[in-house]
Design a protein around this ligand. Structure first.
Ligand code: NOJ
Length: 502
């Protein structure tokens, strides 16, 4: 009986899948009927035109200009892909690939150059209206991020940016204005993109703009403020715009998958700590109402030993919990890579830091394929495990992968490694849907064109189209992955169309 079952299982496996280069068994199953595919990018990385038509300076314009040593090639986003002038060309690429969704971001300082509501820049407004119209005319859904890391510099100068609660209300004014101006043409809103990067790198270790170093303190103050900003914007949409505009609103949270390095409880705990201090830090308040207990306990324990009178992690009041809990219409996930997680000794008590609060060891197997940078380990099954973890923690919520893609440093047009990446990661998405009943409805790749990669400058590439940054015309040049992606969008399947199964 058991042998019979085994044979049936093996047969089923062969019928429904085929093997890929790195051991992923690529599913032959067709995408679910309403499964959507798209591509993403963000204003500060592609638009350029940094001070054109009245746009104000952002913290990234300022950071790159004033602290060039922080950017690997000392470049700035001043011109980037010049999408401000070439947006029609970009939308045409999206259209020609047959995609359902285009994820873009609005530059706060293009609409409100000072960051404040009394400074509306009509030319900036017109730009986004034209871009959204272009998408509508081409029957492509718009997913619009309100904050993709580009705080107007005046709000950093005047208030200290996300460390100040005043910025929460200024963000809410800006979000409301965007709902009012653009909401009729937006199907999906993202309030804040990757709050962990905004806070940890921007206000913790200072690697990202605005470069504030306040380890173990700044991150947490910033976390609370971005969560409040998100929640207040969500409530306004819900109360004032949802009934007439019918869009969905959420925050986009990033995390790696952390695979426990053994079955030992310490290693399993290490994985859970990394996930809770990462995704859970934002997912728990929004989906469940408060910081993860594990995080609260650890930061309180270490704060006490460090001599702080109260925990470095600010509490939410009951009123705030009520405001925040449930402010999601979908779960937005950015995911690129996986690390191993191992137990480590408790970090010595001394200077506070986020890393010490977690006190774990994360590492990458040398045999794993890497993207640009050793941290970027390509482990497609990590995404499937992560999706299952999300379902277990947050329930049967609609999940949207809002970013996934491969960076390299060669920029080659023959990007077979990117083809493999997309095939194997999407295959794991389909397995999560079909085998694990994960409610994943949409997959959005990063990215359609190369871009300015923050501190990585113009030196790492994620586009299905290369952008020649040495040419003033910034031509878009097709890579192999663009053809592959177009083909899977058309076939709604990862393998040759005659091999696809329902
Ligand atoms: C995540 C960020 O949201 C995006 O801006 C960045 O370019 C990608 N990661 C790739 O590094």
């Amino acid at each position: 009986m058991v042998t019979m079952k085994l044979i049936v299982l093996l047969l089923l496996c062969c019928l429904l899948s085929s093997s890929s280069a790195d051991d992923t068994v690529v599913t032959k199953r067709r995408f679910p009927k309403n499964f959507k595919l798209g591509v993403a990018n963000a204003a500060p990385q592609i638009e350029g035109a940094w001070d054109t038509d009245g746009k104000g300076e952002t913290i990234w314009d300022h950071f790159a200009r004033t602290r060039p040593e922080m950017i690997s090639d000392r470049s700035t986003p001043a011109v980037a892909c010049d999408s401000y002038h070439k947006y029609k060309e970009d939308v045409a690429l999206v259209k020609n690939m047959g995609l359902d969704v285009y994820r873009l971001s609005i530059a706060w300082s293009r609409v409100l150059p000072t960051g404040k509501i009394d400074s509306v820049n009509q030319l900036g407004v017109q730009y986004y209206k034209k871009l959204l119209k272009e998408l509508k005319d081409n029957n492509v859904q718009a997913m619009v991020t309100l904050y993709h890391w580009d705080l107007p510099q005046p709000l950093q100068d005047e208030y200290g940016g996300w460390l100040n609660e005043t910025v929460v209300d200024l963000f809410v004014d800006y979000a409301k204005l965007c709902f009012e101006l653009f909401g009729d043409d937006v199907q999906w809103w993202v309030t804040i993109n990757e709050p962990k990067q905004v806070c940890n790198a921007g206000y913790g270790d200072g690697r990202f703009a605005p470069g504030i170093v306040s380890r173990g303190i700044g991150e947490y103050v910033c976390n609370k403020n971005v969560i409040l900003a998100h929640a207040k914007a969500y409530r306004i949409y819900d109360e004032q715009y949802r009934s007439k505009q019918g869009g969905k609103v959420s925050m986009v949270i990033d995390t790696l998958w952390f695979e426990p390095s053994s079955d030992n409880p310490g290693d399993i705990d290490a994985s859970e700590r990394l996930l809770q201090f990462g995704f859970g830090m934002f997912g728990n308040p929004i989906f469940l109402g408060d910081w993860p207990k594990l995080v609260k306990d650890r930061v309180a324990m270490r704060s006490k030993l460090e001599g702080f009178a109260v925990s470095r992690l600010p509490e939410f009041t009951q009123e705030e919990i009520k405001l925040i809990k449930g402010t999601y219409d979908y779960l937005g996930l950015n995911h690129y890579a996986t690390h191993m997680a191992s137990a480590a000794q408790e970090a010595p008590i001394g200077e506070p830091s986020f890393g010490a609060d977690i006190s774990t060891y994360e590492w990458s197997k040398p045999e794993w394929t890497k993207g640009a940078g050793d941290w970027f380990s390509v482990v497609p099954w990590g995404l499937r495990k992560l999706l299952v973890w999300l379902k277990k923690n947050y329930g049967d919520v609609e999940i949207v992968i809002t970013e996934n893609g491969l960076s390299d440093t060669s920029g080659t047009l023959e990007d077979d490694h990117r083809v493999d990446y997309f095939r194997d990661y999407i295959s794991n998405c389909l397995d999560a849907i079909y085998e694990d009943n994960v409610n994943l409805t949409t997959y959005i790749a990063w990215s359609i064109i190369d871009d300015w990669e923050w501190t990585g400058g113009y030196g790492s590439f994620l586009g299905m189209y290369k952008v020649d940054f040495n040419d003033p015309e910034r031509p878009r040049i097709k890579r192999k992955s663009a053809d592959y992606f177009t083909q899977i969008v058309k076939n709604r399947c990862l393998v040759d169309v005659e091999d696809c199964t329902d």
